[in-house]
Design a protein around this ligand. Sequence first.
Ligand SMILES: [Zn+2]
Length: 159
Amino acid sequence: MFVTNHVLSGVVIGQLLARQPVTAFAVGVASHLVLDAVPHWGCETYTPEGSARFLRAARVDGFVGLGTMALGVGCVSSGSRLATVAAVAGAVLLDVDKPVKHFFDLELFPRFVNRVHGRIQNDSPDGFGRELAWGLAFVGMDATAVNLRRRFERTPPTP
Ligand SMILES: [Zn+2]
């Protein structure tokens, strides 16, 4: 799944687990596996054309994901920021290997991690609409969760 969608899912996890950054990180990692297992966009990378297409998409997704990360972390309440950063970091962690491999030609994770990550993929070239639908759903969940969290933190404790 696009890293942007993993970032967006991390924001909602950070809001739900605002007081537990370590748990938020772990749930973020787990969410990555769940989201990669639902139908999403992907293309073959075995041919030069397929590889170039994947790289173009990854480049755009990487920039949009970084912007989304900055916006998401900037919008959350200060009380939930650490958990949100932790959840987003957990949610994107498994995809950090791709830029590391591309730019530095290094394998970041042990082979079994790559094998599990590769096997759970449920991608297809016609999954772009689903990918967008997930993104929009997460934007809605993020906006709701951020607003509820901000309201909750503003409410004075009952005496
Ligand atoms: Zn992944």
